[in-house]
Design a protein around this ligand. Sequence first.
Ligand SMILES: *Cc1c(COP(=O)(O)O)cnc(C)c1O
Length: 392
Amino acid sequence: MAQSFHPPQRTLMGPGPSDVSPRVLEAMARPTLGHLDPVFVEFMDHLKELLQFAFQTENPLTMPISGPGSVGMETCFVNLVEPGDTVVICVNGVFGGRMKEIVVRSGATAVVVEDDWGRAVDPAKVEQALKDHPEAKILAFVHAETSTGARSDAEALVGLAHAHDCLAIVDAVTSLGGIPVLVDEWTFDAVYSGSQKCLSCTPGLSPVSFSPLAVETIKRRKTPVQSWFMDTNLVMGYWGTNQKRSYHHTAPINALYGLHEALVILEEEGLEAAWARHQKHHLALRAGFEAMGLGLAVPEAERLPQLNVVHVPEGVDEARVRGRLLEDYQLEVGAGLGALAGKVWRIGLMGHSCNLRNVLTCVGAFETVLASEGAAVETGVAEAAALTAFAG
Ligand SMILES: *Cc1c(COP(=O)(O)O)cnc(C)c1O
């Protein structure tokens, strides 16, 4: 006979998912309602308001897409991009590369602005590309590159887009809830995030928001949106405010309860306090690793607090270390990707995972495991250094 599945209780400090608050899991266990139940319809309005708060926007077209961050990404592109358009894409890691792939599959031309992995997008290069391509309609970039730990200057890049009559699509999957994402103040046109990074909900939902200018652009399309499921004109029949809601797809009801609770938790803490918490724990984690003699990749001014990239010491098998952390400490950290594979670990401090206990567990565990693997690291210093930095 098949048996129930009981996963182990891990500590999730990789690139996502992050630890989910028991409050969120409890909310998801509440009774399932019908997706057109009047009580659920009212709940949807509250959820939209909380998303507007998280994104700092008044955009009416703000909603959770039923799908992971990748579906949010695709939703933004397929609605705004038409065949024959030119889109400038900044690629400084894995996720920029995916944007390019979606643009090409949409029948548009992608102009790629490349930066080294582990560095922010260079605004000077973007400006040059926009000058060289006056036909460009959209600029797209990743605010927080989870694959490399680099943070780009979203406000500056969106400013360049508008100065060249382009719309801006921003990937805020890892930034939302961890560092400022000011959608209205920074005038993003389309932005998407994910439920499982700094919002610390379960994976599978993607909050998105479109500016009034983006909505106008979608309305003026000459061709229908190539995806039926992601066509915002149709999704709005269900998520819109001004009309009676009608069936589009069956919303993931209980998952949405979870997202709602995660956003209630964020509102209780306050956005500024959440950003400050991520920064403070990042500094403590960094101090722990530096005391061991391990440096962080990514220049300091471009570092994300919620995704820390640590160099693997000479001669150490990084996958073996991750395996031991998981087995002995129930601790998950991420591997390097692409050019960084085997060379770095990616340590997330996202949302509910971002707390002092996790920082201390992580640096202490690395110290012990690395020493036993014969790495040349200082021992007996990491936790004290992290605590000292935390005390400020
Ligand atoms: C995780 C992530 C995505 C994709 O989200 P999924 O939920 O895995 O589909 C996109 N962009 C960035 C920057 C991410 O970190």
